[in-house]
Write a protein that binds this ligand. Structure first.
Ligand SMILES: [Zn+2]
Length: 294
């Protein structure tokens, strides 16, 4: 079961969020039929969004992270809700790009670095909070750390990773954010830098069978667990949602669609689920519009 562990350590001066998102990223890979590099890129972003959303208090509050680095991957969107639901999409799901020098999937080149990362915090208020930063590397983790520092004034270490396998698909996926409280002493900053430098890739820990708590204990001696949150791949689209969308089409256009006599297919871009609307359905929408106009 995927989860995010929330803890504090170093005398309460750092906050730690550790995510195991292996199942979630696996489901995303299936839903979008993603090749390894696309999967690693979107998997990292989904994990980052889930980590940011793990502090949300209400089920319907949500965080949407959008990345576009003008690379072949196109636009990536990850959305995570307070209830633990995560969904997302990527412009090109078919990328397989390998970096010979590092022996790793080349997420940075797939995403590109000539662009931006935007975080929208929607707390159900009129105006959602939005922060945008330029990309640092397109590797997602560094970009999220840069966003947190610049837009939210939080100094942090962010690591997100996806380990793929030609046979098993996603072997391990997860992430971690170590954030420093404001005005911590220099020793604490040095201590965190030391821990970050000695840290392995989060997906490597998970791949060895370590859980989020094992990883926490491996990194910090004095960690105190504050909470846990389940996360999952889930899109909340519905037939009713797309009915409402169709109802915004003008009467004339709906009439034309009905006369053409075709069944309309609508695909949810977040989960690729297909919804079909027959001419009878369209007539029903037209009737509803008529009622509302009276
Ligand atoms: Zn959907």
């Amino acid at each position: 079961m995927d989860e995010i562990l929330i803890a504090e350590a170093l005398n309460g001066q750092v906050r730690i969020h550790i995510a195991d998102t292996t199942a979630l990223v696996e489901e995303a890979m299936e839903a979008h039929a993603m090749a390894p590099t696309s999967c690693a890129a979107l998997g990292r972003l989904l994990t980052g969004a889930a980590l940011l959303a793990s502090d949300l208090k209400k089920d319907d509050e949500k965080i949407t992270v959008t990345v576009n680095g003008h690379g072949p991957a196109g636009t990536l969107i990850a959305q995570a809700k307070g209830n633990g639901d995560v969904r997302g999409l990527i412009g090109d799901p078919a990328l397989y790009m390998f970096n010979e020098a590092t022996g790793k999937l080349d997420v940075g080149r797939a995403v590109g670095r000539n662009g931006y990362l935007t975080v929208m915090r929607d707390m159900g208020l009129k105006d959602p909070f939005t922060g945008t930063v330029n990309l640092v590397s397109g590797e997602i983790g560094e970009d999220l750390a840069y966003y947190l520092a610049l837009s939210e004034q939080v100094n942090s270490v962010v690591s997100v990773g996806v380990l793929t396998d030609p046979e098993k698909g996603v072997r391990a996926a997860g992430g971690l954010i170590i954030s420093l409280l404001p005005n911590v002493p220099e020793e604490t900053i040095e201590e965190v830098e030391k821990i970050a430098a000695g840290m392995e890739h989060i997906s490597a820990y998970l791949d060895r069978g370590m859980g989020t708590e094992d990883i926490l204990r491996a990194l910090f001696d004095d960690a105190v667990i504050l909470g846990r949150k389940d996360v999952r791949w889930h899109c909340d689209c519905s037939r009713e949602h797309f009915m409402d969308a169709l109802a915004t089409i003008s009467k004339e256009d709906l009439q034309e669609m009905i006369e053409a006599g075709n069944t309309e297919e609508i695909v949810c871009h977040f989960c690729n689920k297909k919804y079909y609307f027959t001419t009878e359905d369209l007539k029903e929408i037209l009737r509803r519009q008529g009622v509302e106009d009276r």
